[in-house]
Design a protein around this ligand. Structure first.
Ligand SMILES: CSC[C@@H](O)[C@@H](O)C(=O)COP(=O)(O)O
Ligand SMILES: [Zn+2]
Length: 211
């Protein structure tokens, strides 16, 4: 398989840049331990409305150019036989709901997995300076609600449960015992939000251990 710049595989400049950014994001998420085994998926919205998204099943910290494929806005692979992320529909849903969304990240951190298994339908973050990484947040003195949805292997059904909650979601969401979904206008913003959210979840976990 050719490299990222192999024009036979990736003819368009925007797609090439997206592939490079997705590979770099996967490495960064792996450094933090958020994509164990084959966990996690990553996408970027392309200027033509298609998505560059990780292929299903690979290690997201070890992605090569052939680990990223192109799907349309409904998640259908552009090349016959390509198998996009099993959770592609959740990416499509975010892009469809938020015209500003340019990149979506999904990881399986220990903190998101453990905290969401403790119960409840949301985690409320309150009083942390880092909350300001989320859209519209200008102070630590605010409550940021991160919804938790029960895990479901039927992704279409899961997306139906998530749908009514997407309006006003500032920090992304958590799937119980599974991981987080975070997005932003571009990959840098999405990564900053993911890093911010994971930092806050790690703080929450540490605090609960001390109680
Ligand atoms: C290690 S199993 C994880 C998967 O079931 C899934 O939740 C996941 O995040 C990765 O699936 P993928 O199809 O590779 O995008
Ligand atoms: Zn997952």
């Amino acid at each position: 398989m050719g490299g990222v710049m192999d024009k036979a595989v990736f003819p368009a400049g925007a797609y090439c840049r997206a592939v490079e950014q997705i590979i770099a994001a996967g490495r960064r998420m792996d450094r933090f331990g958020w994509v164990p085994a084959t966990a996690g998926n990553i996408s970027i919205r392309l200027p033509d409305g298609n998505l560059a998204i990780t292929r299903s099943g690979g290690h997201k910290g070890l992605l090569g150019a052939d680990g990223v494929i192109c799907v349309d806005a409904a998640g259908r692979p552009r090349a016959a036989g390509d198998r996009p992320s099993a959770e592609t529909l959740l990416h499509c849903q975010i892009y469809a709901h938020d015209p500003q969304a340019g990149a979506v990240l999904h990881g399986h951190s220990v903190a998101s997995t453990v905290l969401s298994r403790l119960g409840g339908d949301a985690l409320v973050l309150d009083g942390y300076e880092v909350q300001k990484v989320f859209a519209g947040q200008t102070t630590h003195a605010a409550r940021v609600r991160v919804p938790i949805f029960d895990n479901d292997q039927d992704i279409a059904r899961l997306s139906g449960v998530v749908a009514p909650h997407l309006d006003g979601m500032r920090a992304g969401y958590i799937i119980r015992g599974h991981g987080v979904y975070v997005w932003g206008a571009d990959m840098d913003t999405a990564l900053a939000r993911l890093e911010g959210l994971e930092f806050l979840l790690a703080c929450e976990l540490e605090e609960r251990k001390l109680r």
